[in-house]
Design a protein around this ligand. Structure first.
Ligand code: ACM
Length: 395
């Protein structure tokens, strides 16, 4: 590596951004992009870092894995960027990893994912499966039952998440009734067929790993065939405020999501971040788990740059492990060994306002276990009897 390659030393510090503004997951990715812009504006307003401004180089991969790879290479070779934030679907992250590894660049990935991965050149700030699938399994099997239907989008993250969920269900004597995958661009009619079949099977709950534009289709189809979320909810670790804003509060109410952050999280850091976000991007804007990880990871990255006095990825990787930040969800920490993040898992249920009421909460932050070495569901998901009857009645 030449000294020229080892990080720029004058002018602005450039950070590449790969979030899609069009395509199947663009609602969540647009929120991630705006969270990134918000964080950088906060940082620059406070004087930047190392007396330099942060400059974002934003490219739009339009939700196509090949574009993420090509644009990552373009960021590195043409724009001389070695720090990249972005990617949503795991297929897009997996397309970018060989590029960042080859060029010794660093990717910050702010989306919950299926685990079973480690790259020295990736910092994972979204939830790993032990921080979302595992608590969701514990909660649902305890409070709803163990006959489960699974519906997912047709790509890597849903396959792997369903494999983990299947193990957890079968280990506990439960039953997987069916497992269906629909293309990312499947139409409403396909979701309607799935909802009709689920009605016939009558599971205790539905585990959904549908992403992006398919999410509103699924929840609307579920409501259309008359299924009651308070008796048979959809449980997901991907459905967030971003998709609820599209499907409508009435359709979303009563369904359950496992995440490390909801807009309703009651911390001083969250109140401030949400207020600043809405002042900057509009009162109607909602935040979500991917928004929050995109926001706090930028602050973590800039703190690391400040500590080492450089934006050289090799130097940054010496201080990022163990680094902490007071995020909107609570204090987070990059793990010393696996490049994932200690997070604060929650279980939320959608209320009449389209926001999540927290009905399960980890008592302390949880270390990421991306390979799901432990299958023990956390005690908090089964001990507390949540107030399931408060807004609509339990089964
Ligand atoms: C995902 O593919 N990690 C949502």
């Amino acid at each position: 590596m030449t000294s020229k390659d080892a990080g720029s030393t004058s002018g602005s510090i450039k950070i590449g951004v790969l979030y899609s503004r069009s395509g199947v997951t663009s609602a969540a990715e647009t929120a991630q992009l705006q969270a990134t812009i918000l964080a950088v504006e906060e940082i620059n307003r406070a004087g930047g870092v190392l007396d330099r401004e942060i400059e974002l180089v934003c490219l739009d991969p339009q939700c196509q894995p090949r574009n993420y790879a090509d644009l990552a290479e373009q960021l590195i070779l043409k724009h001389r960027v070695r720090l990249i934030v972005g990617c949503y679907m795991s297929s897009t992250r997996k397309a970018v990893i060989p590029i960042v590894e080859r060029h010794n660049a660093l990717l910050f990935y702010a989306t919950p994912y299926e685990g079973f991965e480690y790259s020295r050149n990736v910092i994972y700030t979204g939830a790993a499966p032990n921080q979302n699938t595992l608590p969701l399994a514990g909660f649902m099997l305890t409070h709803y039952g163990s006959r489960v239907s699974m519906i997912g989008s047709d790509y890597i993250c849903p396959y792997e998440s369903n494999r983990v969920m299947s193990d957890l269900i079968l280990e506990r004597g439960g039953e997987k009734l069916d497992e269906t995958y629909l293309p990312l661009d499947a139409r409403w009619e396909s979701y309607l067929d799935v909802a009709k079949r689920i009605r016939q099977l009558s599971p205790d709950f539905i585990f959904s790993t549908v992403v992006g534009e398919g999410i509103p289709h699924l929840y609307r189809a579920f409501a259309h065939v008359g299924l009651d979320p308070y008796r048979m909810p959809i449980a997901s670790h991907m459905t967030s405020e971003a998709e609820i804003a599209i499907m409508g509060n009435d359709v979303a109410e009563g369904h359950i999501t496992s995440a490390a952050y909801f807009q309703t999280v009651d911390t001083a850091a969250n109140r401030l971040a949400v207020a600043r976000y809405q002042a900057r991007f509009g009162d109607d804007q909602t935040t979500n788990m991917c928004w929050e990880a995109a926001y706090f990871q930028m602050h973590l990255l800039v703190d690391a740059i400040r500590r080492v006095g450089s934006d050289d990825p090799t130097l940054l990787l010496r201080v990022l492990p163990g680094l902490e930040y007071e995020a909107p969800q609570g204090r987070v920490r990059i793990d010393e060994y696996n490049n994932h993040t200690y997070l604060h898992p929650l279980i939320g249920r959608v209320n009449t306002q389209g926001r999540f009421d927290v009905i399960g909460r980890a008592p302390e932050r949880v270390k990421a276990d991306p390979y799901v070495v432990s299958h023990t569901t956390p005690r908090w998901t089964s001990e507390a009897r949540p107030d399931l009857e408060r807004t609509g009645g339990d089964r």
